[in-house]
Design a protein around this ligand. Structure first.
Ligand code: MRU
Length: 359
């Protein structure tokens, strides 16, 4: 998508320099910095510390991490270990193990000498396919927005949570892709952006993306959504997913569940944009089985921003000695999800429909 009217993606392989380049998302929205990832450690750090984040993007990053690891590993078992290191960086988004396992399965029976180029081409393929899938999700989801507009003939108000835009994928994104496409179709649209504490991906990333695409938006703190829904100020919600189980439960950024409850109570459609790479066909019951990442409590107790001199600052906001817990994701049970928007179409969030998406 666009940054200062120029097209940019979140990750790419620079053939000339033979390195992988990413945007360091920890610095947005105040600084746009491209960094190079050169070693397996660089890749693990980038995912764990959230230089890259968002389910599809961490899958693509892990795939390139496997390529870089294959340059120094001596045999298949060493490469498998590198895959385990990548998988252990973040536990919730299934795209990470999906990408690593795709590579492992493909090269299992090959000679070491053949590894590298094949892994690079799989990583490039995963990246390119992600762009196509996200754009298709955008086209499928934009029709839902268009239908509302056709009925009301009024600006469509969408609520989104966290960042499931192009910064969470390679390009287009998942939950924001229908919004980008609807905007290109000239459907009048306004987006309510949840702050998304503790890391504020809504404010720092989603707002930045929409501003560069010139899409009208308003920033709200996480507890506002219910009030807006009660007062007819939201027409639909669209969020992303880090892992969707076979029964249609959706795991996404902490706070998603509460928005889905409020949407149900107010009869507002709650859509989840779900690329098939984020569906875990091995997990039957999301509420019981999806692992929830717990992150450093410092993310809760310390907020970060810039001061009046544009210097980055960290500020502590809790009493000394307080105990913080930092659960990064929650599960929205399938019964609260109106439909899943996938690259294969808009489907019910239940086992029958989800099984039909496999392969
Ligand atoms: O912790 P993050 O920033 O990786 O969490 C991102 C989200 O929760 C997104 O909504 C999710 O990955 C779906 S993204 C396309």
């Amino acid at each position: 998508m666009l940054v200062n009217d120029k097209h940019l993606t979140t990750i790419w392989y620079d053939k000339a320099r033979e390195v992988v380049k990413i945007i360091d998302q920890r610095l947005l929205p105040f600084e746009l910095k491209i960094v190079e990832l050169k070693t397996l450690e660089d890749f693990c750090f980038a995912i764990k510390e959230m230089q890259v984040r968002g389910a599809p993007l961490i899958g693509v990053t892990a795939a390139y991490g496997m390529y870089v690891a294959s340059k120094t590993t001596k045999n298949f078992s060493e490469l498998e270990k590198a895959g385990d290191s990548l998988k252990s960086t973040r536990p919730t988004a299934v795209n990470l193990s999906w990408a690593v396992d795709k590579i492992i399965t493909k090269i299992k029976d090959m000679e070491k000498s053949n590894f590298q180029e094949i892994i690079l081409s799989i990583a490039n393929e995963i990246r390119d396919q992600d762009i196509v899938n996200c754009k298709t999700i955008g086209e499928n989801g934009s029709k839902l927005i268009e239908n509302i507009y056709k009925k009301t003939q009024k600006k469509v108000n969408v609520l989104t949570h966290c960042n499931a835009g192009w910064l969470a994928a390679v390009d287009w994104g998942t939950a924001l892709a229908p919004i980008f496409i609807a905007n290109q179709k000239k459907i009048p649209i306004h987006v309510w952006i949840d702050e998304t504490r503790p890391r504020n991906q809504g404010f720092s990333l989603t707002a930045w993306e929409l501003m560069h695409e010139k899409i009208e938006n308003s920033l709200i703190v996480d507890n506002v959504g219910g009030h807006l829904m009660q007062n007819g100020m939201i027409d639909l919600c669209i969020t992303g997913t880090d892992r969707t189980s076979l029964n249609g439960d959706v795991c996404n950024k902490i706070g998603t569940y509460l928005k889905a409850l409020a949407a149900k109570d107010n009869d507002i459609p709650f859509y989840v944009a779900a690329p098939i790479s984020s569906i875990d066909f091995n997990i039957k019951n999301g509420v019981k089985e999806i692992p929830i990442e717990e992150r450093d409590p410092d993310e809760v107790s310390i907020i970060e921003g810039i001061d009046e001199n544009n210097n980055r600052k960290k500020i502590k906001i809790i009493p000394e000695g307080s105990n913080c817990k930092n659960y990064a994701f929650d599960i929205t049970p399938a019964k609260y999800i109106t439909k899943l928007i996938t690259e294969k179409g808009v489907v019910d969030s239940n086992e029958e429909s989800i099984s039909g998406l496999k392969n």
